[in-house]
Design a binder for this molecule. Structure first.
Ligand SMILES: [Zn+2]
Length: 305
């Protein structure tokens, strides 16, 4: 009995000395631990979020980030956390701030994304200023390679990696040309792409609709996640979906009233005020929000009714 206790005691000492429990702080100030084996990295509140999911079979990354320093931090963190390889890299959206560093991880990682991602990435890459915008030492840029997804799924895809299940769901017309929500049902963690970002206005492109955004918020809230990780901003809860739904509902309602008063879209852009959201970031994006609300009103959409 004594020998057994001694051996247990020794193993406890061994593990506490040689296998320290790794906290997110040990990974650096830009990391947060969300659950066992699930971490996120973001340089600042505004920059894009990278996710690290550890499994017994290997690592799954979510988004590769824009800055070279993000890829470096994620690479170092993975090395500290596990000797296992990075198997998959999943894109929550097609835009460069989420996809620029793919070349750092793939190969060997297989990049998985929603249909339309490759086309969108190639278009962004073809822009003459693409490489000059990349935050990377000039010398390293000569080796830059655009790595587009090896796998594009259509509507849904389920990945079983080690002990974890990841359900990929395409969110149509909510932010980029191809947006994906990634749902871990056992862990109740949802990577929600950039359909909504906490307390921030979206730069709404012409193909994005408020109807699709609100439908996506409703669908994602119904999953009942405990943790919601958006493409930018601190991880939170479904409150982000509620707040964004309220925002768009009020916006469409106000635009609808002004349309009924006979105002033109230009007049609405000049006169419309949303003082309730003065504290939100990205107010220079309001014209694109009014465009979307105007399209919604013209399509007969009225979320408040
Ligand atoms: Zn984006």
């Amino acid at each position: 009995m004594k020998a057994r206790l001694a051996s247990i005691f020794l193993s406890v000492i061994f593990f506490s000395v040689f296998v320290p429990a790794l906290q997110a702080q040990d990974l650096g100030p830009h990391f947060k631990k969300l659950a066992d084996g699930i971490y996120v990295e973001a340089t600042s509140e505004a920059s894009s979020t990278c996710g690290i999911i550890l499994t017994k079979a290997g690592v799954v990354l979510i988004d590769s980030g824009f800055r070279a320093s993000d890829a470096q931090e994620v690479t170092e963190a993975v090395r500290k956390l596990t000797p296992l390889p990075i198997l998959f890299l999943i894109d929550t959206e097609a835009h460069p701030d989420h996809t620029t560093n793919h070349w750092v991880f793939s190969p060997p990682a297989v990049v998985i994304a929603g249909e339309g991602t490759t086309e969108s990435m190639k278009k962004a890459f073809a822009a003459p200023d693409f490489l000059t915008r990349i935050d990377m030492p000039r010398a390293a840029l000569t080796n830059y390679q655009l790595i587009t997804p090896q796998v594009e799924y259509h509507e849904k895809m389920t990945l079983h990696v080690g002990e974890r299940t990841l359900e990929l769901m395409r969110l149509a017309n909510v932010h980029s040309e191809a947006d994906t929500a990634i749902w871990l049902p056992s862990e109740r963690v949802l990577f929600a792409a950039s359909a909504a970002v906490p307390k921030s206005l979206d730069n709404i492109r012409s193909f994005v609709t408020i109807q699709d955004k609100i439908n996506a918020f409703t669908m994602m809230k119904a999953l009942n996640p405990e943790i919601v990780v958006t493409g930018h901003g601190s991880p939170g809860t479904v409150k982000t979906f509620d707040e964004s739904t309220q925002y768009y509902t009020l916006l469409v309602d106000r635009v609808k009233k002004m349309v009924q008063e006979g105002k033109s879209e230009d007049q609405i852009k000049q006169e419309l005020r949303m003082p309730e959201y003065d504290s939100w970031a990205g107010k220079d994006r309001m014209p694109t929000n009014i465009d979307a609300a105007y399209r919604a009103v013209k399509a007969g959409y009225s979320p408040g009714d």
